[in-house]
Design a protein around this ligand. Structure first.
Ligand code: ADP
Ligand code: ZN
Length: 598
């Protein structure tokens, strides 16, 4: 059988994605490989498919118990004999798995790195026919990677014990230094490095000012009541408070952060995976071990600390390739807090530089996807047409006079006030703090009255972005004027500002667009989704292991009325059809009859 026919028969897919086939050929020719591919890119098939074609067993090294479980369930659903060995198993369960391996009943075995390097386990493997080693999350092997794990670094012994067994290392995040380090440690020839595009065109990218962000989130969820999504927050406290507010507004939601007990965390994660809770408010602790393919939106309540984390977090949306939305809320307060974190971190220069890059992204006035991809050294030729900047190209205007008003006030206030006080002075506030200090006596008091507090915040952000002002984090966050700022104030230099669009205006625009392009809730899709949930519950597996959203959508689009037609649907393998397909076919036939009379 060819790789293509196995792809169709076992996984139900018609075509390989870029890079998959090339690497599979390498592996089948007994070569090693390093694969860098974004989350959702399709890394698993790269070793699962050769595992089926090669004679012996494939050993997959994976760092997380929950990931192993997910993958093994998905394989079993496709009729592929696979299992895992980790600390969640009882002794007798472990013995049973060892027995299956010895009797050549398994094609894939998932183990943790700690388990793999135990001498007795290596000896056990040496007595078997090991076809392939697959190292998932391979960036953990390198101290340069962003998630180094000491137990991974011992994996370099693999080549010593198994010089003739190919090794494939896979990761979603590795910069050049990390890639080279992985190759070096695992003795992978650099010519066998495969890097897939990091573009995820199905994710819409939107950045919004943080004002009224709660209302925006609530309305977004209400408009998509059947969609799963994650609200990422900076603090544990805000995960709890937002979840509480959403519940008050009638939305079923949970919160997740590292302060919860392990049992509670597992519970929340399981409920999310199984579509019991669709909305989770979480810190970035949530998501590492989640393969859920039908996350339809990810919202960042706060600015993330760098582009790598941001990209990984939004990458949890839309793994199935269907359109999914991401929103990032951006405000002044977050920057102040994140700058403080960066300064207090072990590597202030690097962290501050990284923070600046994500600020640039958030302030972008050109296609956001271009900026993101260029961060990963990839260059998109055309604008993406799926980001808020492409959809609403910003209008600019001459902001020189506005900037001069603010800069002049900063100078007259002796660079001794933070942004909030500055805005109050510009807007002519008579609150006690202002008058008691005599700030109402300065010449620029009230010169910016006609501009709202919110708009001033946004213009100050732009001034910061243009380098006209600085925030003195070590001096009460007071604003200071820079040399380029002085050029604007004293030397007739000009500056352009971007007109601001509020979250509300954005929302109504987006709603209009969505009302035009999205069909009314599809009846058949809902019928099939309900059926899927029932089958998933009966089998104690996540709904997306039964069929992905994409597969259900395909059924709705193709309306297959026979066994053969069902096999033409993306994601339905013969085995899967036998296991789960029949009731779906029946529902589609039933539904098609009700439509005939129309
Ligand atoms: P990764 O591990 O890279 O994050 P996965 O291996 O989980 O990604 O794959 C992501 C999704 O893409 C899964 O739903 C998978 O079944 C699907 N997929 C993988 N390869 C293909 C393909 N060639 N055609 C269609 N879907 C695919
Ligand atoms: Zn764009």
């Amino acid at each position: 059988m060819t790789p293509e026919s196995i792809l169709k028969k076992q996984f139900g897919y018609d075509n390989f994605r870029p890079v998959q086939k090339e690497v599979i050929d390498k592996i089948l020719n007994k070569n090693d490989a390093l694969v860098v591919m974004p989350t959702g890119g399709g890394k698993s098939i790269i070793y699962q498919l050769p595992a089926l074609m090669l004679p012996g067993i494939t050993v997959v090294i994976s760092p997380l118990i929950s990931l192993m479980k997910d993958q093994v369930e998905a394989l079993k659903a496709n009729g592929i004999p696979a299992d895992f060995i980790n600390s969640s198993l009882s002794i007798s369960e472990k013995n049973e798995v060892f027995r299956l391996i010895k009797n050549n009943h398994l094609k894939l075995i998932y183990v943790s790195p700690e388990r793999l390097v135990i001498d007795s386990f290596i000896e056990f493997l040496k007595n078997l026919d090991v076809s392939l080693f697959a190292i998932d999350e391979a960036h953990c092997i390198s101290v340069w990677g962003h998630d180094f794990r000491p137990e991974y670094s011992q994996l370099s012994v693999l080549k010593k014990h198994f010089p003739n067994t190919p090794v494939v290392a896979l990761t979603a995040t590795a910069d050049k230094i990390t890639q080279n380090d992985i190759c070096k440690q695992l003795n992978i020839d650099k010519s066998n490095k495969f890097i897939a595009s990091f573009d995820r065109p199905n994710l819409s990218l939107n950045v919004l000012p943080a004002k009224k962000r709660y209302e925006f989130i609530r309305d977004h969820i209400k408009r998509h009541p059947n969609d799963a999504g994650i609200v990422y927050c900076l603090s544990r406290k805000s995960t709890e408070s937002i979840a509480k507010k959403l519940r008050k507004d009638g939305i079923k939601t949970d919160f997740y952060h590292a302060g919860l007990s392990a049992i509670r965390r597992n519970q929340v994660q399981d409920d999310f995976i199984n579509d019991n809770t669709l909305v989770i408010c979480a810190t970035i602790a949530f998501g590492m071990g989640i393969d859920k393919s039908n996350v339809r939106w990810v919202i960042h309540y706060n600015l993330p600390k760098n582009i790598e984390s941001y990209y990984q977090e939004i990458g949890r949306a839309g793994r199935d390739g269907l359109p999914s939305d991401t929103f990032l809320f951006y405000n002044f307060g977050d920057i102040i807090l994140l700058r403080k974190f960066a300064k207090d971190s072990g590597q202030p220069e690097i962290q501050l530089a990284k923070l600046e890059r994500i600020q640039n992204y958030a302030e972008a006035t050109t296609c956001r996807r271009k900026i993101l991809l260029s961060y990963f050294n990839e260059h998109l030729e055309h604008n993406c047409n799926n980001c808020d900047v492409c959809e609403n190209p910003p209008e600019t205007f001459d902001g020189t006079v506005l900037a001069q008003k603010a800069l002049s006030a900063i100078v007259r206030l002796k660079e001794n006030v933070p942004s909030g006080v500055l805005i109050d002075v510009l807007r002519g506030s008579m609150r006690y703090d202002i008058t008691s200090k005599g700030y109402n006596k300065i010449k620029t008091f009230g010169v910016g009255r006609n501009i709202s507090n919110f708009e001033w915040q946004r213009y100050l952000l732009q001034m910061l972005h243009h380098g006209l002002i600085e925030i003195a984090y070590d001096d009460h966050n007071n604003l200071k004027i820079t040399d380029p700022g002085k050029d604007i104030l004293f030397n007739d230099k000009k500056v352009e500002f971007v007109k601001q669009i509020s979250a509300e205006a954005f929302k109504s625009k987006k709603e209009k667009i969505q009302n035009i392009i999205t069909l009314p809730e599809n009846e058949l899709f809902e019928i099939l989704r309900t059926m899927r949930k029932k089958i998933a519950n009966e089998n104690h597996i996540p709904a997306y292991v039964v069929f992905h959203d994409k597969t259900l959508k395909d059924m709705v689009a193709l309306m297959p009325l026979s066994y053969e037609a069902m096999l033409g649907v993306s994601g339905i393998s013969e085995h899967k059809y036998k296991k789960f397909g029949e009731p779906f076919l029946q529902k589609i036939i039933e539904y098609s009859k009700t439509q005939d009379g129309d």
